[in-house]
Design a protein around this ligand. Structure first.
Ligand code: TGC
Ligand code: FAD
Length: 390
């Protein structure tokens, strides 16, 4: 047998179909050409300078809502979509987030719960990157427990009036459309809110130390009057937004594997070229132990992502499978990023190398889409049958 490839030790990618490999390569090429040369500057600036241009480029690449069927969307397999997320997050978690929020949250919510009119109006232009969407679930006092939300939608004649504040909303201040979750007399429902509706405003959140190549905003809804048909007719209770989260969390399962791989590859490269005490630091036993730990984490993460992706394509993926992947892969990526940062010594704290950027991004990735604790509790509930959330 051939010796293992240091960059794909367990040959996980050998399990991919030709179509899946084509998607992987196309997204990897695009990312290396268009994103990697710029991402450190965007991160340093604390923003994405041209979000509309980036949305259009992602639309042309075909990754926005690529796993959704119809309405101008790609209709790809779950594994192909996961590979796209992996290759994007190998560059930066904020860039995968851009694609996740558009395709897996805003578009998926409209696709699952919207009317035919919502789908026809929004999905084709969102898939093309001509319109940007955001997804407003979290509030200042309601994060892990979204069922406690205070945003309210009340009926006035046939209109809906929305009041409330959403917090930490990716792309909120650059979005054309917000999917806003609000409590009604009939439970939590989703609303399709064009962001130019009077009473809707968005404020950029500054001073982030993580996910800096991403725009994060507060949404304020003050007596926002919407026509009756702004309600997504198929949404029903908290399970509706949670089912969208499963889609985005699935992308994170793959994305975290990409961030881990990028950090491992940077550390491997550095350990072979950086010399101290007259030899490459990769020749020290302590460094080799770190590389071995990283290889294991990266390959475990890729295997878990592929297995969960195959389950999803077979129609056998339960949301607790996704919790397993998010819990395991984000923690693995955090271990790899931290170790890789150490291997880079002083260089590791700069934006000249990707490792600390990934390391601090992963602090966000461990928090959003269900914190590490929330996914631990989901797995715990799944295996014991006992809920420990409250
Ligand atoms: P609970 O009573 O357990 O559940 C309410 C209903 O929902 C069902 N359900 C799910 N359905 C689909 N998918 C899931 N993952 C589901 N989890 C639960 C459940 O069966 C029930 O249905 P029914 O028919 O019986 O009513 O609800 P709970 O209030 O106890 O909360 C459960 C908990 C804590 C797991 C949930 O609220 C949770 O996941 N909290 C974390 C919140 C979160 O992840 N927010 C993310 C916001 S979006 C974001 O962060 C975007 S980041 C950008 C990016 O993605 O890149
Ligand atoms: P809290 O829920 O207050 O949690 C604080 C701590 O308490 C955590 O460690 C948590 O694990 C722990 N905790 C909570 N409950 C329990 C429990 N039952 N048992 C044990 N420990 C518990 N949201 C959106 O809706 N849309 C977006 O686009 C979006 N984008 C985001 C982008 C960024 C950069 C960030 C940082 C967040 C984003 N979020 C978004 C919000 C994100 O989903 C929330 O931050 C996350 O759900 C956690 O909520 P919280 O921050 O209020 O923390």
């Amino acid at each position: 047998a051939a010796a293992p490839d240091p960059l794909d030790f367990l040959a996980v990618d050998a399990e991919l179909s030709d179509t899946e490999r084509d998607v992987r390569d196309a997204v990897r090429d695009f990312s290396h050409r268009e994103l990697l040369p710029n991402v450190a500057d965007w991160f340093e600036a604390g923003t994405i300078p041209d979000p509309r241009g980036l949305a259009k480029a992602f639309g042309d690449l075909g990754v926005l809502g690529m796993h959704l069927e119809g309405y101008g969307c790609g209709g790809s397999s779950a594994v192909a979509y996961g590979l796209a997320c992996r290759e994007l997050e190998a560059v930066d978690s904020g860039l995968r987030s851009f694609v996740s929020v558009q395709g897996s949250l805003a578009m998926a919510a409209i696709h699952k719960f919207g009317s035919e009119e919502h789908k026809n109006e929004w999905l084709p232009k969102m898939a093309a990157g001509e319109a940007i969407g955001c997804f407003g679930l979290t509030e200042p006092d309601s994060g892990s427990d979204p069922g406690s939300m205070r945003t309210r939608a009340r009926k006035e004649g046939s209109d809906w009036i929305l009041n409330g504040t959403k917090m930490w909303i990716t792309n909120g201040s650059v979005a054309d459309v917000a999917v806003v979750w609000a409590a009604t007399e009939d439970g939590i429902r989703g609303f399709v809110v064009p962001t130019d509706t009077p009473g809707f405003s968005a404020n950029v959140i500054h001073k982030k130390l993580s996910l800096r190549a991403s725009i994060t905003s507060e949404l304020v809804l003050e007596e926002v009057r919407l026509p009756a048909d702004a309600l997504t007719p198929e949404s029903k209770g908290l399970g509706s937004p949670l089912s969208c989260l499963n889609e985005a969390r699935y992308g994170i399962v793959w994305g975290a594997a990409g961030a881990a791989r990028a950090c491992y590859e940077a550390a491997l490269d550095y350990s072979k070229t950086r010399e101290q005490f007259g030899q490459a630091i990769g020749g020290f036993q302590l460094t080799q132990r770190k590389l071995a730990d990283m290889v294991v984490d990266v390959n475990h993460a890729n295997m878990a992502a592929l297995r969960i992706g195959r389950l999803k394509d077979e129609g056998n993926c339960h949301h607790n499978h996704v919790s397993f992947g998010k819990f395991a892969n984000v923690a693995a990526a955090q271990r790899v990023a931290r170790t890789a940062r150490g291997i880079h010594g002083a260089n590791g704290i700069t934006l000249e190398y990707p490792v600390m950027r990934h390391m601090v991004n992963l602090e966000t990735v461990a928090t959003y889409e269900g914190t590490e604790e929330i996914h631990a509790l989901s797995i715990g509930q799944s295996v014991t049958g006992i809920s420990a959330f409250r």
